[in-house]
Ligand binder design. Structure first.
Ligand SMILES: [Zn+2]
Length: 382
């Protein structure tokens, strides 16, 4: 298989060219026109690569594209999952983050998260086709358009497709060590509102029930739910309340951000937060929110899949590590739906969502070769 790696190494410059073109098409999540322009650009490339492309219209965000090769082949499909949107507003390319190349690094908005992932997926397929090594199995590529804003308009579709596939490959940036992400934290979000009774702070303080004091009690209870050794963080991240400086506040509320590696931890915190009871007589609580994304747990299924990927990398001539990370991706959705998920198949680099966002160019052929090898040689367990 080593020649596969050499093959993609020799194609590094054309991969960089494609990636530069993707970055030049700025695609902020909330700008449908721009995101659609990028997916139209890709559409033609994918048709040339023999794909069957279905446009799934979306009104508020860019249209989603489901790209399929070997649509009629029997066998379990592999789903490559990528998003076209970035966190960067239009104009970033001209103002703060020009596309620039410095030795082994390529800088630009969205270059790492995750336009390099998109380029790698396209080039892996192109390489397999040019080598006449396209495997006879259904290969699906889903290009979504709202990952950076929480996947509200794509999550149902992602889950529905993932449940039909034997392996999900998420093209998010690689871990810092260049490896795959085999575990991601999940996230829950809550708002806790305390209600008291307003009264004049000077004339009749005893008639009031101070919602801020009530919320302070609750804040400490919430904070005590932290279990950092298990990787569970429970953070009160915002607080507001009160009307003006001489009224006992009738209302106060806080925002709670919860991250966890384990579903049972998410459930422990959920139960505790929903069971909070008021401390001050006369006050009441209103609790909203819940589990937003389950974690991508490093299950036995994932360990076995990672081992298979590592063996393929060794055959290609390089080593492959794995890592657990805090941030969420659409991989949380597919893993949460029970589908075997490997994440971090995109480029290696640094500065996702930061001004110094860049990729290491030499990781492009490496990851394209790995993806091609997985598509070609993957064996489903059981
Ligand atoms: Zn991303």
């Amino acid at each position: 298989m080593q020649d596969l790696f050499e093959f993609f190494n020799a194609r590094t410059e054309s991969m960089v060219t494609l990636l530069e073109n993707l970055v030049r098409h700025e695609s902020p999540s909330k700008d449908k026109v721009l995101v659609d322009r990028l997916s139209d650009y890709l559409h033609d490339i994918l048709i040339e690569l023999g794909a069957d492309v279905t446009i799934i219209p979306r009104e508020k965000v860019g249209n989603i594209r489901l790209v399929q090769w070997n649509k009629t082949s029997k066998g379990t499909p592999i789903l490559i999952l990528a998003h076209l949107d970035t966190v960067w507003p239009a104009g970033t390319l001209a103002d703060d983050m020009p596309l620039k190349r410095e030795e082994n690094r390529l800088f630009g908005p969205g270059v790492l998260d995750m336009k390099a992932g998109v380029a790698i997926a396209v080039e892996a397929i192109r390489g397999l086709r040019d080598r006449r090594q396209m495997p006879d199995r259904p290969i699906w590529l889903l290009l979504t358009t709202d990952e950076e804003t929480g996947s509200a308009y794509s999550r149902e579709l992602i889950v529905e497709l993932a449940q039909q596939c034997g392996l999900i490959l998420v093209m998010e940036p690689a871990a810092d060590n260049g490896g795959l992400k085999t575990s991601r934290k999940g996230i829950s979000e809550y708002t806790v509102k305390a209600k008291g009774i307003a009264s004049h702070a000077g004339l009749a303080p005893e008639e009031g029930v101070n919602a801020i004091v009530e919320l302070a009690h609750q804040t400490l209870k919430i904070h005590s739910l932290n279990n950092l050794r298990q990787g569970t963080s429970v953070s009160v991240t915002q607080v507001s309340g009160g009307i003006t400086n001489n009224i006992i506040p009738p209302e106060a509320e806080c925002y709670v951000d919860v991250r966890f590696f384990y579903k049972h931890e998410a459930e422990r915190v959920e139960t505790a937060i929903k069971a909070l009871t008021p401390v001050l007589p006369g006050s009441s609580l209103e609790i909203t929110g819940g589990i937003d994304r389950l974690p991508m747990e490093r299950s036995e299924q994932v360990v076995t899949a990672f081992q298979q990927a590592r063996i393929l990398a060794e055959k290609l001539g390089f080593s492959l590590d794995e890592a657990a990370v805090g941030g969420v991706s659409d991989g949380n959705l597919t893993a949460g739906a029970g589908a075997t998920t490997l994440d971090g198949l995109g480029a290696q680099g640094a500065g996702a969502h930061a001004l110094h966002e860049h990729i290491l160019i030499r990781s492009l052929p490496r990851k394209a070769a790995l993806l091609a090898a997985i598509l070609q040689a993957w064996k489903f367990e059981g």
